[in-house]
Design a binder for this molecule. Sequence first.
Ligand code: ZN
Length: 244
Amino acid sequence: MVRPSSGYQGIQDSTISYDSHGRPVKTYVTPKPGSGQSATLISTSHSSGGSRMSPSALLSQVSVKRDLLPSGCRGRTKKSMRPRYITIHSTQNWSKGADPWRHSLALKNSKLGKLSWHYTVDEKVAVQHLSTTEQGRHADYDGPGNHYSIGIEMCEHPGNSRAATTERTAKLAAWLMKEYDIPLSRVVPHYHWPRYGAHPANKNCPHFLLDNGKPGRKWQGFLAQVKSYNDSITLPQSNAWASR
Ligand SMILES: [Zn+2]
């Protein structure tokens, strides 16, 4: 297992208002005082407790490690994407050691055919496989889930904390929402995207955040967690931020 030693470069990138294709994408909007944006926050055990943090401080808690798929991988679509949705999956891979690095290796070795997604998360880390401006193949064949969404897989290997994995995933989704101006209503389970021709069309994924195979109370709890982290993000002072 080879782990990149150079660390994630995206934290620095994120302070610049350009995506990996050099296009400006930052769309931070200063909330109006008294807009009540946080007033409906549902308190959960994963709540940020009211503490505020910058986007990069939140991202550093996610511990993203870039391990991008090389050009020759079958999972690479090389189709550009402006992300409009975030799609949450779980691996349903209960093999010992099936952590994000193992999934990254499988993707890099084209062991999963043409499948690909953007991040794999466990209790310790979030490994990034694809640029968030490149389409993956994780949701619905030739549908909008693949064309417009960032795919996040949550690991389920033995010994991995489901709660910690879900919390890290919520932080990552909250950061991506801010980065790409994606509303909470567009943070969706894989279930959201029908796979025409498959039975059932709507997959029970991520199964442990669904109730009887459909979004319900557990999914709403996850969204509340994402919202609490998104609400905790403070907006950078433009000049001070850019000079860091
Ligand atoms: Zn899925």
